[in-house]
Design a protein around this ligand. Structure first.
Ligand SMILES: *[C@@H]1O[C@H](CO)[C@@H](O)[C@H](O)[C@H]1NC(C)=O
Ligand SMILES: *[C@@H]1O[C@H](CO)[C@@H](O)[C@H](O)[C@H]1NC(C)=O
Ligand SMILES: *[C@@H]1O[C@H](CO)[C@@H](O)[C@H](O)[C@H]1NC(C)=O
Length: 191
């Protein structure tokens, strides 16, 4: 290998190890848009586990508001609003490799059945998508086996992304209300 090839090879290794650094200056974003028609769409699949920890010594989801009619006796809890910074991990174990965080808000928005409205970002902090985010906005009827939520955008590697996140509860403890949810995400974005 020549010296230059070796340097290029080492640089590409660093890029793979840390994820791509995206130039977030307005002129760089504008340039990205100008070359958009030359870019190819690609499909990326992601799989991870979401840890929603409400009780315990380090909760990652906290209730910040509720209506005066919100009932603790009913699982519907209509009117309760939570803010989360939930870990996303490779495997279901809490100590599995951390891929990122789910940061945002969920609110109990169903009056007659459990239906959470989710507004959040997946913030990737390791691997290929380190530094990129995906935006999720949709309804999450948490008692259903499968839930489907739209991915409405993203940043970094996921600029102008769209897709679907499907959720399936992996583990739920009705006493602590803590849950581990398996997510399969399929997203269309640009190369
Ligand atoms: C993710 O990216 C940040 C910023 O570029 C970097 O400091 C960090 O080491 C990366 N993390 C991993 C696990 O690669
Ligand atoms: C809830 O708040 C509304 C408006 O302030 C009030 O009229 C109502 O009596 C309250 N209900 C309860 C159960 O406290
Ligand atoms: C994760 O925790 C389990 C028990 O809770 C333990 O058996 C396992 O060794 C831990 N794995 C790592 C990578 O720390």
């Amino acid at each position: 290998m020549g010296k230059l090839t070796t340097i290029l090879f080492l640089c590409s290794m660093v890029v793979i190890a840390q994820g791509l650094e995206f130039d977030k200056r307005p002129e760089a974003v504008e340039k990205w848009f100008k070359t958009l028609r030359l870019k190819k769409e690609k499909v990326t699949k992601l799989h991870f586990y979401f840890h929603d920890i409400i009780t315990g010594n380090k909760p990652t989801a906290v209730q910040v508001a509720r209506a005066n009619t919100t009932s603790d006796q009913s699982p519907i809890a209509f009117g309760a609003v939570f803010v989360m910074d939930d870990p996303l991990t490779l495997g279901p174990e809490p100590n599995s490799t951390l891929l990122g965080r789910a940061q945002g808000i969920y609110a109990s928005a169903g009056m007659d059945e459990v239906g959470f409205h989710m507004t959040l970002s997946y913030v990737f902090t390791s691997g290929e998508f380190n530094g990129s985010t995906l935006s999720i906005l949709g309804r999450n009827p948490i008692l259903n086996t499968y839930r489907e939520m739209p991915i409405v955008g993203g940043s970094g590697a996921f600029r102008l992304a769209r897709g679907i996140a499907t959720a399936k509860t992996y583990w739920f403890d009705p006493t602590s209300l803590n849950a581990i949810v398996e997510y399969n995400v399929i997203v269309i974005h640009y190369e």
